[in-house]
Ligand binder design. Structure first.
Ligand SMILES: O=C[C@H](O)[C@@H](O)CC(=O)C(=O)O
Ligand SMILES: [Zn+2]
Length: 276
């Protein structure tokens, strides 16, 4: 499992493209019949993708965790972004289809991923952070997620924010997770931008059309940089950084956070005119 270490904002100012990509971009996670995870030192969040095709994939323990099994001291949120999928949790099977979310609490010993159809396989995005108590394993279908309309077409940022794991949704220790779907013709996410020094965040872009890319902006509000991101790639946002993107076409992304609180709305906005 690849490790991503924390970066100081003063050091970040001197980074060129390649260093920004090495320190923050999580590419190559989605591989057929594999689970690939990265261990970040941002709130110890693990970011991963399980892409079962014609095999079941077991979430394996990792030496970094110094645990008896993956979820001994962790919780995990799972969102499927592709074909119909199954997640087997200590022997119980959950149907997790596109845009559905499954939360699994601390103490579960066995988590297995499978696709319902090998010719239209599931792609499960995973976020796992340390947990101190057990919250119930909970499946939330997309239609039952809280939806918030944001932005507008005149500013090319009309989108729907779907909240799954948060203070008023699926209960967790520190994980907050959901996804945002851009309307056709809208390309800007999270603009106006914000930071939240209390929580790290990771974005995972999906439904990016072939041949299109996302310009993802990061850095302190007056020292922004960008990296260009493809479908099924994730990017880590340090607590001091904005996280915002504009696509060359419409797209969707999963956001997820861990840290001090579970209040989705706890953000410190950066005015558009103050960005540099
Ligand atoms: O802290 C919250 C996150 O950055 C995202 O949920 C923002 C987002 O989905 C959007 O504005 O489109
Ligand atoms: Zn945020």
């Amino acid at each position: 499992m690849r490790s991503i270490y924390s970066v100081h904002p003063e050091d970040f100012k001197s980074y060129q493209t390649q260093t920004i990509r090495e320190r923050f971009l999580l590419d190559g996670l989605a591989q057929p019949n594999q689970i690939n995870c990265a261990y970040t030192h941002y709130d110890r969040m693990i970011v991963g993708v399980a892409n079962p095709i014609d095999q079941q994939l077991e979430l394996e323990n990792h030496p970094n965790l110094r645990a008896e099994y993956f979820l001994q001291r962790r919780e995990i949120g799972i969102i499927n972004v592709a074909g119909d999928g199954l997640v087997i949790v200590d022997g119980q099977t959950y149907n997790v289809n596109k845009l559905d979310c499954l939360y699994i609490g601390k103490g579960v010993k066995s988590v297995t991923f499978a696709s319902a159809y090998s010719d239209n396989p599931a792609v499960f995005y995973l976020l796992s952070c340390p947990a101190h108590v057990t919250h119930s394993t909970t499946l939330l279908a997309n239609e039952d997620a809280i939806k918030v309309n944001a932005g507008g077409s005149s500013t090319a940022n009309k989108r729907v924010i779907n909240k799954y794991i948060h203070a008023d949704g699926i209960q967790s220790c520190q994980l907050v997770m959901g996804l945002t779907i851009l309307s056709e013709g809208s390309v800007w996410n999270t603009m106006p931008a914000h930071i939240h020094d209390r929580r790290m965040e990771a974005y995972f872009y999906f439904d990016v059309p072939d041949g299109q890319r996302i310009f993802h902006y990061m850095g302190q509000g007056d020292e922004t940089r960008h990296i260009i991101i493809a479908n099924y790639e994730a990017v880590v946002s340090p607590p001091w950084s904005i996280h915002s993107g504009s696509g060359t076409a419409s797209y969707s992304f999963i956001w997820g956070m861990a840290g001090e609180n579970l209040d989705y709305t706890d953000m410190d906005p950066v005015n558009i005119v103050d960005l540099k």
